[in-house]
Design a protein around this ligand. Structure first.
Ligand code: XIL
Length: 342
């Protein structure tokens, strides 16, 4: 039973998205989704590892295509996630032919740059082949997280960057290269001529915390100063009822005077366990206040995405019901808060 409620995206000036896998493209989930959202993010199916078989061969696989088909057929935008990350990436990216870790030799650095470029172009080419060039009416993809979680959780490094395999082998340059290759692939080679259709994002979590926020902002400023083709700054916002909601606004305000757009990319609000009716009501007020903030910053926001459709499907369901709808597809106080924060 899908209740007759206002679609969330009808209450905002920006698209409202939801992370899904191919399970939400059919049945009652699909019906609920298309009523309330006008954008999707593939939760796992466009991550680096998703594109390769066990032998390391690239293939445009069924689940990614199922989500693109679903979006195209239902007039939803697709926010791609993610080209480069330290997680959910095949180990062979960082190994030589003998399975040994790549070193920082010039030859190995060159090899990793080539793998990076080949990967990005393969993703772009496979989607453009099937859906038409980016920027054409049949291709719903309009944004992509180019790099994810590259900022360190600790303040111990001068450059504030995570010590990932990408970083170990290529240093900070892997970030610049990712944006440059992605801009070439998605906004030039495979784009409608003269258009710039795919917004390229940096994305990270805990940006509502002051130390991480300062490191994130400093990195984005360096990228802009170097002329890197970055379009947007993503805030995951995996928060809880204990996170001051004002810290979400502080994070958005930190980038307001820079030449970038922003997005809330992975919003969820855990209640803690046990889940009680009182906590679900508090969560309703939390979503209300959060969406009030997002609406107040709609000029700076490309989109807002919640990280899952129903509580049971959330990666954080063990920490309490984090999303807008329950497992019977019923709207929670969180939904009512989100649409009432006007
Ligand atoms: C999570 C997915 O939700 C899970 O299904 C998967 O097992 C692990 O990844 N930051 C991100 C997302 O950028 O890709 C992560 O998604 C959650 C944290």
């Amino acid at each position: 039973v899908i209740e007759d409620l206002t679609g969330i995206h009808e209450t905002t000036d920006f698209p409202v998205g939801v992370a899904i896998d191919s399970r939400e493209t059919v049945g009652g989930g699909a019906e609920l989704l298309t009523r309330h959202f006008n954008q999707i993010t593939p939760e796992n199916h466009m991550k680096p590892e998703a594109w390769y078989d066990d032998e390391g061969n690239f293939r445009p696989h069924d689940q990614a295509l199922a989500m693109m088909d679903f979006a195209r057929d239902n007039n939803l935008r697709v926010y791609g996630h993610v080209l480069v990350w330290h997680s959910q990436t095949p180990d062979w990216f960082f190994q030589d032919a003998a399975g040994q870790p790549l070193t920082t030799s010039a030859a190995h650095q060159q090899l990793l740059r080539e793998r990076l470029r080949t990967h990005i172009f393969a993703v772009a080419e496979s989607l453009a082949q099937r859906y038409g060039k980016f920027g054409s009416a049949t291709n719903p993809l309009y944004a992509f997280d180019a790099v994810n979680e590259v900022v360190s959780d600790s303040g111990e490094y001068a450059d504030g960057l995570r010590r990932s395999e990408w970083y170990r082998i290529l240093g900070e340059s892997f970030i610049d290269l990712t944006f440059e290759y992605a801009d070439e692939a998605f906004n030039d080679v495979h784009a409608v001529k003269g258009s710039d259709p795919v917004a390229l994002f940096i994305n990270d979590y805990n940006t509502e915390q002051s130390g991480k926020l300062a490191r994130y902002r400093a990195l984005v400023q360096r990228l802009i100063a170097r002329g890197v083709p970055i379009d947007g700054v993503g805030h995951q916002f995996h928060v809880s009822l204990a996170t001051p909601v004002s810290s979400l606004e502080t994070a958005l305000e930190a980038f307001a005077n820079l030449p970038v757009t922003q997005a809330v990319t992975e919003l969820d609000v855990t209640t803690g366990t046990p889940v009680t009716q009182a906590k679900l009501i508090d969560q309703g007020y939390y979503y209300r206040d959060a969406f009030r903030i997002f609406r107040a910053h709609s000029d700076d926001l490309l989109a807002v995405t919640v990280w899952g459709l129903t509580d049971g499907r959330s990666w954080r369901s063990g920490n309490g019901a984090p999303l807008l709808f329950d497992d019977s597809l019923r709207a929670k106080p969180a939904y009512h808060g989100a649409v009432d924060g006007q």
